[in-house]
Design a protein around this ligand. Structure first.
Ligand SMILES: CC(C)(COP(=O)(O)OP(=O)(O)OC[C@H]1O[C@@H](n2cnc3c(N)ncnc32)[C@H](O)[C@@H]1OP(=O)(O)O)[C@@H](O)C(=O)NCCC(=O)NCCS
Length: 150
């Protein structure tokens, strides 16, 4: 299966929103929120395609923490039919590479404490827990993870 990765643009908004809804149900970003993320000047948005079809996407952003650029993963979603075929990992690796090019030496993200698939992915890529975000997802806690990129 050939996976290609390209910049995700506002033209893909409808398909990205469908994948986001499928992935996160009531906790999904709204279409408007996704459009803001896609147009953010500090944002990095990538889409993975298989056979010309968008199979997944990732949106990150460079945050400035004490004037230092830090990568932040805002959302990563792979369409259900394409899961467990390396697309999530590929998107993360590509995003981290771009964060590094932009001068970030670390990448941070939040994940629901019971999201087994995402935790497995982040663990495989070397992320470690640096904090707990109490009731970040309603009654479920979030975990704050970090990885050194340098
Ligand atoms: C998390 C998600 C993006 C993973 O995408 P994916 O393309 O299926 O992941 P990959 O095929 O690249 O998997 C890479 C590694 O992640 C881990 N992993 C992925 N899915 C897993 C699962 N269901 N259970 C346990 N580990 C899993 C494994 O270590 C896997 O490596 P392996 O296949 O060699 O064992 C996908 O499950 C998804 O879109 N989930 C819904 C949205 C979401 O929860 N996003 C994260 C929010 S923080």
């Amino acid at each position: 299966m050939e996976i290609t990765v390209e910049t995700a643009t506002i033209k893909m908004l409808n398909v990205l929103y469908e994948i986001e809804k499928q992935s996160f149900k009531e906790e999904a970003f709204s279409k408007l929120q996704i459009s803001y993320l896609l147009m953010d000047n500090n944002g990095v948005s990538l889409a993975a395609k298989v056979g010309g079809e968008v199979a997944g996407f990732i949106i990150g952003r460079i945050d400035f923490v004490r004037n230092r650029p830090v990568g932040h993963v805002m959302t990563i979603d792979v369409s259900q039919v394409y899961r467990r075929q390396g697309i999530g990992q590929r998107l993360m690796v590509e995003l981290e590479g771009i964060f590094k090019q932009k001068g970030a030496t670390e990448c941070r993200l939040e994940v629901r404490e019971n999201n087994v698939a995402a935790l497995g992915l982040y663990q495989k890529l070397g992320y470690h827990q640096v904090g707990v975000l109490e009731n970040y997802y309603g009654r479920a806690h979030g975990l704050y993870l970090m990885k050194n990129l340098s």
